[in-house]
Design a protein around this ligand. Structure first.
Ligand code: HEM
Length: 412
């Protein structure tokens, strides 16, 4: 069921009750942490100029990630943003991220074995070797942008190797993936849609060409097995096959590139914590986890209310779009002591990191992202312990979807 006939799917923004402010995209983009810090203690939910409602508190975000009353948005989001059809629309109509129930399970299940933590752990030595080789390239230069030369390349090379995409194609598919991922932000206007659509089309055509090549000459790799199984089971339509791979490429590159850069920047900004990690590599997983909490690379997850949802006396009406704000939840003072302090030794992070969501849609790439981030940091600590910022601390921008980061200029 894709839910297109569901009468509750269209948000009525005028239904936002009195006393609950509607925040503008401009104020949220200018200072998301500041805005959330102001409202979170007062209200569990605020209005969002474009997306209906923003849920602010950790407990509610966690609950609604797995609550059947808050469903994945299917095609509501592109419809709301003036994208009623086309390749961008198809990513929402045919992808796992926005699907519900059995449709979601059907689209996700072909990937679960490959991306399971135990399987992914086997890639660690290769990811470590790749990270070390990239650090050596960086060390050969006086000054580099670490985003371009390092933190983007670790996830791009890894997802290319897993999916069987030629490494020479990395510049092409990453450029398209970063462009398409902008569709999840609220910073694009109608004038940007043709460019986003063109990028989505080019990425889809790229994946189609790769698939055709694999069909005509199968190899011993994930993609050939995936295609053979998908064809044999007949459970995915040809369009679903393409769209799941497009989502894997977007999810597998942009999120981790931003997180990888942010963790290096945060540690360099706190030299005593950088030094502690470089002395004791056992602190690396905690440094990765705290960086993901303090400046997460994903700001929100979207849902739609199936029925009225009451949060501490405030009602999100049925049919409303909801942004579950991971950004706000990860600084909730009800969970984290001194939430605005970056502290890799904090003991209050939940065992399952909330940045990867919860319930049926919990990030399928979590284990991969963690290993890439841990090995990316580890290789720098071993080979470039004297790394320093040569430019300004990079600003991470955005309050929703995949966030954006500037260049990270460093010298070793
Ligand atoms: C630091 C890096 C990452 C972060 C912060 C992150 C965050 C998330 C979050 C919050 C969700 C849930 C969205 C929702 O419930 O609506 C999600 C889902 C997803 N992620 Fe990630 N992710 C990361 C890395 C990756 C990687 C490396 C891949 C690719 C292998 C990936 C692929 C996906 C896919 C395909 C989904 C949709 C899963 C589903 O709907 O069942 N992500 N991610």
């Amino acid at each position: 069921m894709n839910g297109t006939d569901d009468p509750t799917r269209h948000a009525d923004l005028s239904a936002i009750p009195d006393g609950v402010p509607t925040l503008t995209v401009a104020e949220l983009e200018a200072d998301p942490h500041g805005v959330f810090r102001t409202w979170r203690p007062r209200l569990p939910v605020v209005g969002h100029e474009v997306a209906g409602y923003l849920v602010l508190r950790a407990r509610d975000v966690d609950l609604l990630m797995r609550d059947p009353r808050a469903r994945a948005t299917e095609t509501l989001y592109p419809e709301t943003r003036g994208i009623p059809e086309g390749t961008l629309f198809d990513i929402f109509a045919h992808g796992m991220l926005t699907a519900n129930g059995t449709v979601h399970r059907r689209r996700r299940s072909p990937f679960t074995r490959t991306f399971a933590a135990r399987m992914i752990e086997g890639l660690r030595p290769r990811i470590r070797a790749a990270a070390e080789s990239l650090v050596r390239d960086v060390l050969a230069e006086d000054e580099v942008d670490l985003v371009e030369r390092y933190t983007s390349l670790i996830p791009a090379q890894t997802i290319a190797d897993i999916l069987g995409l030629p490494r020479d194609d990395i510049p092409r598919f990453t450029r398209l993936a970063y462009e398409v991922s902008r569709v999840l932000s609220f910073t694009f206007g109608p004038e940007d849609i043709p460019d986003l659509e063109a990028a989505a089309l080019a990425l889809q055509d790229y994946v189609r060409a790769i698939l055709e090549a694999r069909r005509s000459s199968p190899q011993d790799d994930f993609l050939s097995r995936f295609l053979a199984e998908a064809d044999a089971a007949g459970e995915l339509t040809p369009q679903e096959v393409v769209v799941q791979l497009v989502q894997m490429i977007i999810g597998g590159t942009d999120t981790t590139r931003v997180a990888g850069a942010m963790q290096v920047a945060l540690l360099l900004q706190h030299p005593e914590q950088w030094a502690a990690v470089s002395r004791d590599p056992g602190l690396i997983p905690a440094a990765v986890a705290e960086s993901l909490r303090y400046e997460p690379s994903v700001g929100s997850a979207g849902r739609v209310a199936q029925e009225d949802i009451a949060l501490d006396g405030h009602v999100v009406p049925a049919g409303s779009m909801i942004l579950l704000s991971t950004l706000s939840a990860l600084r909730d003072e009800a969970v984290y002591a001194h939430p605005d302090t970056f502290d890799i030794r904090r003991a209050d992070l939940p065992r399952l990191h909330p940045i990867f969501g919860g319930g049926a849609h919990r990030c399928i790439g979590e284990a991969l992202a963690r290993i890439e981030l841990e090995e990316g940091l580890g290789a720098l600590m071993r080979l470039a312990p004297d790394l320093r910022l040569t430019g300004a601390m990079p600003a991470i921008q955005g309050h929703s979807g995949i966030r954006r980061i500037d260049a990270l200029r460093v010298a070793a």
